[in-house]
Design a protein around this ligand. Structure first.
Ligand code: SAH
Length: 250
């Protein structure tokens, strides 16, 4: 016989499935969600596993930022996450750096996309996504959340530190095909431009503590071999501040 507990958890799962489907369809209608790879990631990474313990699970697919409790940080609203994922032009096998792991939700979505080749070909997994977080509590939280998605095992490395200097800190080696900063920076962090590979994309909200402009940089090389950046301002946005050595001071 079905217990009341089973019934309510089944009802909750059905509610979550429906609300996720509604969110995906409205993001598509608004022209925000455009690519199949991003849609597959949204369908396979359960946002309800990434919310703070005092947030009701039923809020998981509201198109709103959700608070990460006493850490004072937030998971970005799904439309903002999707805008950034589409602008990043992610593809299987790319190496990605995220600054500002928070709940780990965006890192998990990116990991789902870039590890597609690994899932289908079954080749050895490596950490394709590195996500840096300065708050130790969130490093723990994000690791735990990402572990709840079995397909992502070994694909994401969540590291504690100040990502405003890149990862490894202050390295000038070109390492990443994509870099995304999910906190508002006062300027484009210096080392991130070095760590981006030629042909790569860097996304970063640049501006003040509360309001920023989302900036997209594409790196190329001049005939003489010097790095060149094409810079585009995409939209106004609101992120929590990036705090660190090459960022806001607190
Ligand atoms: N991408 C996250 C949301 C990011 S909120 C998600 O999907 O949930 C921004 C995060 O950036 C916060 O967790 C904050 O602690 C972190 N942060 C701020 N400055 C940082 C820095 N210099 N290095 C690493 N993380 C930073």
């Amino acid at each position: 016989m079905e217990s009341q507990h089973d019934k309510s958890s089944e009802e909750l799962s059905a509610y979550l499935r429906d609300s996720r489907a509604r969110l995906i369809s409205s993001l598509k209608q608004e022209g925000i969600l455009r690519s199949v790879l991003v849609e597959e990631a949204l369908l396979n990474v359960p946002r309800e596993k990434f919310i703070w313990r005092d947030t009701p699970e039923s809020f998981a697919y509201a198109d709103e930022p959700l608070s990460l409790g006493e850490t004072g940080q937030t998971i970005s609203a799904p439309h903002m996450v999707v805008i950034m994922l589409e602008e990043l032009e992610l593809k299987p096998d790319l190496k990605v750096l995220e600054i500002g792991c928070g709940s780990g939700y965006n890192a998990a979505l990116m990991a789902y996309i870039v590890s597609k080749g690994i899932r289908t070909k079954g080749t050895n997994k490596e950490a394709l996504v590195i996500s840096v977080e300065r708050d130790e509590r969130l490093v723990e939280f994000a690791r735990h959340n990402i572990e709840s998605v079995p397909e992502l095992s070994g694909v994401v490395d969540v590291v504690l530190g100040d990502g405003s200097l890149g990862y490894p800190q202050a390295s000038k080696l070109e390492m990443y095909d994509r870099i995304t900063v999910t906190a508002g920076a006062p300027r484009i962090p210096f080392y991130l431009k070095y760590q981006l590979k030629t042909g790569g994309v860097l996304l970063v909200p640049v501006g003040g503590y509360a309001f920023q402009t989302l900036v997209k940089l594409q790196k190329s090389k001049s005939k003489g071999g010097k790095p060149e950046f094409e810079e585009r301002k995409l939209m106004e946005c609101m992120f929590v501040p990036l705090v660190g050595m090459d960022a806001h001071k607190s």
